[in-house]
Design a protein around this ligand. Structure first.
Ligand code: HEM
Length: 135
């Protein structure tokens, strides 16, 4: 699973589609996914958000690899909780779907096995983020 994900991740990062890189395309798709998401990002500078996404991503992957949250992921989970950004748990489904659909568009070897690998690799970090919503 890790190998399927890693190889797909390298492919999606190595190209542009319609003049856009992977993270820009993902962010655009995610924001378009629901008015609630768009509302959350109303004040956000897109370039800054993409840089943060990339970094957040890296820590999600590290979490999958080690099953151990680093300090940074802890801070991100706290920032997304009810008391702060108030990202309700259901929004992570939209996040993951937008990510998978973007990967499908960027990876010319995307198939069911690759999709499952993306979902499995992201899931522990998402569970971790959701768990801290009320804590
Ligand atoms: C900010 C990562 C899911 C909305 C951030 C930041 C990171 C991050 C690293 C910047 C640092 C911080 O504020 O703590 C992630 C990861 C996610 C995720 C790894 C998935 C596992 C979501 C979801 C939403 C969301 C589902 C729903 C709309 C936001 C908003 C900000 C933010 C509104 C603040 C933007 C600003 O500074 O204006 N996220 N996020 N995130 N995230 Fe997320």
């Amino acid at each position: 699973i890790e190998r399927l994900f890693d190889e797909s991740y390298v492919r999606v990062l190595s190209r542009e589609v319609d003049g856009q890189g992977f993270f820009a395309a993902f962010y655009e798709r995610f924001v378009a996914a629901s008015p609630e998401v768009a509302e959350k990002f109303r004040q956000t500078d897109m370039a800054r958000q993409q840089a943060m996404l990339k970094k957040g991503f890296y820590h999600l992957l590290a979490f999958y690899a080690s099953s151990h949250a680093d300090y940074y992921l802890d801070q991100v989970a706290i920032s997304h909780s009810r008391a702060h950004l108030d990202i309700r748990p259901g929004l992570y489904d939209l996040w993951l779907d937008a990510l998978v659909e973007t990967a499908r568009r960027f990876d010319d070897r995307f198939d069911d096995d690759v999709e499952l690998a993306w979902r499995l690799v992201m899931t522990p970090g998402i569970v971790y983020m959701r768990f801290h919503y009320d804590r």
